[in-house]
Design a protein around this ligand. Structure first.
Ligand SMILES: [Zn+2]
Length: 289
């Protein structure tokens, strides 16, 4: 199972504990990579909208965009999907749009904070958020340390919610590693019981960092990129640590930082590159169990 590969025992945020609780209490399909890939294969979506970009200081973190690149590559090359949209905060879009044009020339790019967004949600749509801020029950998005994110994420959350409302065949999937991301609100009760600061933030809202934003499926990983990689591997996509490292260096050149150390290094969430290399290799090996 892919979840075994992308949820490390050593994760600091308790996301593996969250997964184990979900296995006891819920329908396994909600958090299962294999079943989610099967759903995507069966549904034949007309368009895919990928939301990514988590702010960090005055820039953004390396977790998220990498996963979005690789998953979009899988959709283009393995599922022959032509209509793929990236929705990124406009500051991030300004920083990395030339990289996206280079890697994925046919992707449509939109700002996640300029409205209206010119995307038709009446068609059969797959919405995927990869490490994208999820507002809590009083409408505030937070960092994992409990600080509020200054930008207003309510309008883009309304857009996310409309994906499910405007076409009953549309599907939303959230990928996250902390419980404060868009889509992980599916597990809000469990997150409030298990994840540090889920109930107690450091900002005046006093409602905690737990996301209140639902998705039809919510996939967990120790770092969100691995979740996106795991999903892409289930479409027979191939990807190597060397390619991951190349993309990271491209992002660093634009000022995108490690989300934990806040440094402009070719790392993600301060994960040891030796471990990252091992996990990426394992994700893209054919799974035998
Ligand atoms: Zn707060």
């Amino acid at each position: 199972m892919k979840s075994k590969e992308v949820l490390l025992e050593t994760d600091r945020r308790g996301i593996k504990n969250l997964y184990n609780i979900l296995l006891q209490n819920r329908n396994i399909k909600e958090s299962c990579y294999e079943d989610t890939a099967k759903l995507i294969n069966e549904k034949k979506f007309n368009q895919i909208i990928i939301f990514t970009g988590f702010p960090k200081n005055n820039t953004f973190e390396t977790d998220g965009p990498l996963g979005a690149f690789v998953l979009a590559e899988a959709f283009v090359s393995k599922l022959n999907m032509k209509n793929i949209v990236f929705l990124l905060p406009s500051t991030l879009l300004d920083m990395i749009s030339d990289i996206i044009r280079e890697i994925l020339p046919d992707i449509k790019l939109f700002s996640a904070d300029k409205f209206p967004i010119d995307v038709d949600l009446s068609v059969n749509t797959l919405g995927i958020s990869i490490e994208f801020p999820g507002i809590n029950r009083v409408g505030i998005a937070h960092h994992m340390n409990g600080d509020a994110i200054k930008s207003d994420y309510r309008p883009v959350t309304d857009f996310w919610r409309r994906i499910n409302l405007q076409n009953k065949n549309s599907v939303t999937i959230g990928i996250g590693d902390g419980g404060n991301e868009m889509g992980l609100g599916r597990y809000e009760n469990e997150i409030r019981a298990l994840i540090p600061l889920a109930n107690v933030c450091t900002c005046p809202c006093h409602n905690g960092i737990a996301s209140n934003v639902l998705a039809d499926r919510a996939l967990l990983a120790t770092t969100s990129n691995w979740g996106a990689y795991a999903l892409s591997s289930l479409f027979e996509h191939n990807f190597s640590y060397d390619q991951h490292f190349t993309y990271l260096k491209m992002l660093n050149k634009k000022g995108i930082v490690d989300g934990v150390t806040k440094k402009c290094t070719p790392t993600v969430d301060n994960i040891d590159p030796v471990i990252e290399k091992k996990i990426i290799k394992k994700i893209f090996l054919k799974c035998i169990d």
